[in-house]
Structure formats: C-alpha cells, structure tokens
Design a protein around this ligand. Structure first.
Ligand SMILES: O=C(O)C(=O)C[C@]1(C(=O)O)C=C[C@@H](O)C=C1
Length: 161
C-alpha cells in the first residue's frame, strides 16, 4: 500500500515562513544597493545564529540541525541578494526609491520570522521525519520558495532524523 503524508499543514506553515523570509532579501538588497554596502555581514550572522540556536534548543529542536537550518536560510538570502546585485550591475540600475530602512524595518521582520520558524519547525518535526512526507516537502519548497535560494534554503528539511 502507498503511504500518504497525513499532516501537511505544519509543513506548509514552515515553508510559507521560509518563503516570507526569503522574499525580504529583495528589500535588504535594495537598501544595500542604495547605500553601497557589502551584502555579507559575518559578525551579524554569528550574532543571529548564536541567539537563535539558544532559542531553538529551549523550544526542543536539536542544536546542530538548527544551526544548519539557520545558516541555510541566511545563505539563501545572500544568494538572492547577489543575484539581484548582478542584474542591477548589468543594467546600471539607479538607486531605488521607497526602500524600507534595513535596521528599523527589515531586520526586525527577518528576526521575527526566524522566531516563528522555530515554533513552526517544532510543530512540524514529526512529519518532517516521515519518508512519506518528503515528496510533499519537496513540492512545497519548489512551489513556494523563489529561485535562486530555494535549493539552499530547503536542503535541511530533507535531513531531519
Ligand atoms: O541583515 C542583513 O544585513 C542581511 O543581509 C540579512 C542576513 C540574513 O539573512 O539574516 C543575510 C546576510 C548577512 O550576512 C546577514 C544577515
């Protein structure tokens, strides 16, 4: 008999939050393009990861896996930003108007989404471990996450034990 994934909703919630976070990479990139600053901010990444790891462990997620997951979301954000920069460089794009402030607007959203993700991952942990749910995760990742980041962002979801 074919086994079906019985709890799709928690998986949808996880991928939807990942998609919302990845979509914010465009606001981040526009801000950085205007300000002519580097995409990568390693010190900030380190700070975010340390804080989130503690929160993930407190909510019952495995520490090492959580770190891998957070790093993948950040890597996907950077890949998206880099692709946008490459396009804008090619087209000699001018500064963008109406870009939300990175520190006061976009970063708080990025962090809030990571916190929501921790809770959503905890709720999705069982289906994430079930082989019959992996095709569902694969479909959600392909449909909901924008290129070029989707592969990188989604990868940890296929390595839950
Ligand atoms: O906050 C930023 O400056 C971002 O670009 C966002 C982000 C992230 O995804 O959290 C991505 C790349 C940076 O190296 C640090 C953090």
């Amino acid at each position: 008999a074919v086994a079906f994934c019985e709890s799709v909703q928690p998986l949808e919630a996880v991928v939807s939050l990942m998609a919302q976070r990845l979509a914010l990479a465009e606001d981040v990139a526009r801000y950085k393009w205007n300000q002519k600053v580097e995409i990568e901010d390693s010190a900030r990444e380190q700070m975010i990861i340390t804080k989130l790891k503690a929160q993930a462990v407190a909510e019952g997620l495995p520490e090492a896996w959580s770190e891998t997951f957070f790093k993948a979301q950040i890597a996907a954000s950077k890949a998206t930003q880099k692709q946008l920069f490459a396009e804008w460089q090619q087209h000699h794009a001018a500064a963008f108007e109406g870009v939300p402030d990175l520190n006061s607007q976009t970063r708080p959203k990025l962090y809030a989404l990571m916190s929501e993700l921790i809770t959503a991952l905890h709720q999705a942990w069982q289906p994430l471990q079930q082989p019959e749910c992996q095709p569902v995760v694969d479909k959600l990742v392909r449909e909901k996450l924008a290129k070029p980041g989707y592969k990188v962002a989604g990868e940890p979801l296929f390595a839950v034990h």
